[in-house]
Design a protein around this ligand. Structure first.
Ligand SMILES: Cc1ncc(COP(=O)(O)O)c(C=O)c1O
Length: 417
């Protein structure tokens, strides 16, 4: 290329960093590599037969509607089904409080477009979802992080941060949280932390963004209520998706909020794509209408419970003292911490090229540049045999680089420091 592309790019685009995960996925497509790096669901969970049947019927009975442009808000029939779907989790809303999006990822971009000016402060967890950080960075947000432990964000530290901001005459636009089986850590917030978050948000008059793609993939323990369901004053915006329960290929996600907020989101989405695909929305609506999704959830959770257990047992068996990890009750990921002096980025090339195993480095998930000694492991996509072998390879790498003296009493609770 002969042009100087940089001279043409917007400030936001110049600040964009290529997705670490996508870069890695390219590296790991070579045969023989066991990848714990992606975030793909297990394709065995896709309802292929049900989708064949429903797609055929949608084309036979609703083609005039399903192949036409739709309204930006989303297929009214799908939104009515989503009202019922959300009711299962104690989220009581009307159709007009829902906007259908192209996956919940589009919802994150809409948030940036609607709420963020360059220099605006937002608060995120340490660690937090990499692709959300990328979006918010593109809109020029200043991201301040609050560490997690095994009960969720440390909300007493959030209280300190909000007080510091207030003392400087500043306010966070929103607090972004993934409270159920977080990507990347697998941690679930306790109900107490959820209530404390809302209490602080109310006191400091900020919004809460609850990104919740994994909630229906619970394989152990009991579910605390969604933050949205605990919120009494309409300051929470809820995002979810069918990517992990139905399939990501349909690209069906949704945002839930007060009607005035949704109206603002609709205007932002109009400029992006006019509407989400009518066809996939009609298929999802029909699938829900025939109640073909909910009965599948226990089976999907069981697949991931087995895979997660296999990974936990392999870690226990293979990893040396000084390595710790989280124990998720659902979702697709767990979080491994090596001794502090180790650097997962420095080890990655050797992991892939010598051992044939891949992971995502911890720094990608840290708004403050931390997480050098941490890594995210995905257990949903590899087979159980690959999980066993992959952890064996990873442990071999770690042992080769282990510092001579490592504490054997390291705690397993702290996710980030
Ligand atoms: C926390 C979180 N938010 C949003 C998304 C985006 O999901 P999708 O756009 O497929 O709905 C993901 C996907 O992995 C995620 O982990």
């Amino acid at each position: 290329m002969t042009i100087d592309l940089d001279a043409f790019l917007s400030t936001g685009a110049r600040g964009m960093r290529r997705s670490l995960i996508r870069e890695l996925l390219k590296l790991t497509s070579r045969s023989g590599i066991i990848s714990f790096a992606g975030g793909f669901p297990d394709p065995a969970t896709f309802p292929v037969v049900e989708l064949q049947e429903v797609t055929r019927d949608v084309l036979a009975d609703q083609a005039h509607r399903a192949l036409q442009y739709g309204i930006t808000e989303g297929d009214p029939r799908l939104r009515d089904e989503l009202v019922r779907w959300l009711g299962r989790d104690g989220i009581a809303v009307t159709r007009d409080q829902i906007l259908v999006t192209n996956g919940s990822q589009q919802g994150l971009d809409i948030l940036g477009k609607v709420f963020l000016d360059p220099g605006d402060v937002i608060i995120v967890e340490l660690p937090s979802y990499l692709a959300a950080l990328q979006v918010f960075r593109t809109y020029g947000a200043e991201m301040l992080g609050v560490p997690q432990d095994d009960e969720g964000m440390q909300t007493d530290r959030l209280a300190d941060l909000l007080a510091d901001l207030a003392a400087q005459g500043r306010r966070a636009k929103f607090i972004y949280v993934v409270p159920d089986f977080q990507n990347p850590s697998g941690v679930t917030w306790t109900e107490e932390r959820r209530r404390h978050l809302l209490d602080l948000a109310r006191r400091h008059n900020t919004l809460v963004v609850e990104d919740n793609p994994y909630r229906s993939v619970r394989f152990a323990g009991t579910a605390p209520p969604p933050v949205y369901a605990l919120d009494r004053d309409g300051r929470t915006i809820y995002l979810s998706t069918f990517s992990k329960t139905l399939c990501p290929g349909l690209r069906i996600g949704w945002m839930v909020a007060a009607e005035e907020i949704i109206a603002q989101f609709v205007t932002a989405k109009q400029g992006m794509d006019l509407c989400s695909p009518s066809f996939t929305q009609a298929i999802a609506a029909e699938l829900l209408h025939r109640d073909l999704l909910a009965p599948r959830l226990p089976g999907i959770a069981e697949v991931y419970r087995r895979k997660c257990d296999t990974m936990l047992r392999a870690l226990q068996r293979e990893m040396p003292a000084g390595v710790t990890w989280t124990r998720p009750e659902g979702g697709l990921f767990l979080w491994v911490r090596l001794p502090e002096s180790m650097d997962t980025e420095a080890l990655l090339r050797e992991a892939v090229e010598r051992e044939g195993v891949a992971y995502v480095i911890g720094t990608g998930f840290h708004a403050d540049g931390g997480g050098r000694h941490a890594m995210r492991l995905n257990f949903s996509f590899p087979s159980e045999e690959e999980i066993e072998e992959g952890i064996r390879r990873l442990a071999r790498l770690v042992k080769r680089h282990l510092p001579l003296s490592t504490p054997s009493t390291a705690t397993r609770t702290q996710v980030s420091d």
